[in-house]
Design a protein around this ligand. Structure first.
Ligand SMILES: C[S@@+](CC[C@H](N)C(=O)[O-])C[C@H]1O[C@@H](n2cnc3c(N)ncnc32)[C@H](O)[C@@H]1O
Length: 383
């Protein structure tokens, strides 16, 4: 069954998704009538168990947090702390340019340089970032990142072809194994493969990898997307070889935007305390007493390969958190989950009433939730 479903996904992604499922034999991928595919418990799972932990296939900081977030792992930066800037080569924009990218550590800076930041440093993303801030749109910045990954992978490939690919892994991916998880492991001394050290984008053509994620047909893409696409191409001008220009069509952009809208997670982290501000401790304590959501800081958005297959429930079996305070997501059993039960997360604020939840789900995801809570509340005439 698993193979039958996976055969619909891009071949380059299949191996990595299968690897993730092989590493988590308590998770099963199955069809869900009326909802495409979904993940299920293949064994009884105790409350509190971390069912899955995953580094993102693609992430980017929020347009509102560009100066306060590590651009590689989305960890919030301590106010006033030394950051490890990228984009400072002679070909990069000036230090006051919005394209100058802070990183939380030399490890993240080096990993980013190896994956995307060297290409990004040749571009000026200022106008695109500004437009995203004004429109409340974040996904064009993820697509800018994706284009930079593509450019660097192609350059690496060309170098390998010239140099005979000496010293590389069999699939040519080992030199690019500088994902968030391995950078994190370098910092914290943890096992590099805990969350898929290589990173799913280490293989295949990055621009087509998003095709694994589910898609909604848009009758008409929102008009601002054409403007965002134009600004993206403008920013990427220094990198645009004719072949890349052809690939980054408006149709590609709208397809990728639609997939990111349906599949991305908001990354909420906890901001570090400002040691020079004594009232910061009190504010943080008050926020944490008021609930972790208000203490959290939205540092960016991330798309995950396996976790994108989690369907929604207003009574989700999994909670989502970011225990490393970066974009590595953990999915924890919110209660006992019986073997065969679907693994779900809540796509919306589950504290809202029935009508608000239904409206948000219909508008953003195009379905009406029929989880037991919705059915019960609807029967009771709930709003
Ligand atoms: C992030 S994807 C989840 C994985 C998706 N089912 C797949 O096959 O790839 C989100 C989409 O799944 C579907 N979906 C998720 N939860 C659902 C639910 N409770 N009822 C109906 N459809 C759901 C909707 O089409 C939604 O836009």
């Amino acid at each position: 069954m698993r193979h039958m479903l996976l055969s619909t996904a891009a071949a380059a992604v299949v191996a990595t998704l299968e690897e993730q499922l092989e590493r988590a034999p308590w998770i099963q991928l199955l069809p869900v009538p009326g909802a495409g595919r979904g993940l299920f418990a293949a064994a009884d799972i105790e409350q509190g168990m971390v069912v899955h932990e995953e580094a993102p296939m693609l992430c980017a900081p929020s347009p509102h947090a560009l100066h306060s977030t590590c651009h590689h792992c989305l960890r919030p930066l301590a106010p006033g702390a030394a950051s490890h800037h990228g984009g400072s080569s002679s070909s990069s924009p000036s230090s006051s340019s919005p394209s100058r990218m802070p990183f939380c550590s030399p490890t993240c800076s080096a990993a980013a340089q190896g994956e995307w930041a060297a290409a990004a440093a040749r571009c000026d993303f200022g106008p695109l970032q500004q437009a995203c801030r004004e429109a409340g749109e974040k996904f064009p910045l993820m697509l800018a990142r994706l284009a930079c990954i593509q450019v660097q992978q192609q350059q690496q490939q060309q170098q390998d072809d010239k140099g005979g690919a000496s010293g590389r892994g069999g699939d040519g991916s080992s030199a690019r194994g500088s994902s968030i998880s391995s950078a994190e492991a370098g910092e914290a001394g943890e096992a590099a493969d805990a969350t898929g050290a290589e990173g799913p984008l280490a293989r295949g053509d990055p621009l087509t990898q998003l095709r694994h994620l589910c898609f909604a047909n848009l009758a008409e893409p929102p008009p601002p997307w054409a403007d965002m696409h134009r600004l993206l191409l403008h920013a990427l001008r220094p990198l645009l070889e004719p072949e890349l220009r052809r690939q980054l069509s408006l149709a590609w952009f709208c397809d990728a935007m639609a997939r990111l809208h349906l599949n991305s997670f908001r990354v909420d982290t906890v901001p570090p305390l400002d040691a020079s501000d004594p009232s910061a401790l009190l504010r943080a304590a008050a926020a944490s007493l008021a609930g972790s959501a208000s203490a959290a800081h939205h540092t960016g958005s991330a798309a995950y390969l396996l976790a994108s297959l989690l369907n929604h429930s207003c009574e989700p079996s999994l909670g989502v958190s970011f225990p490393r305070n970066n974009a590595v997501a953990a999915f924890t059993a919110a209660r006992h989950i019986a073997r065969g039960e679907q693994l779900t997360v809540s796509y919306v604020d589950a504290g809202q009433g029935l009508a608000a939840r239904r409206q948000a789900l219909a508008w953003a995801y195009g379905f009406t939730c029929r989880c037991p809570r919705c059915v019960e509340e609807a029967a009771a005439g709930g709003q």
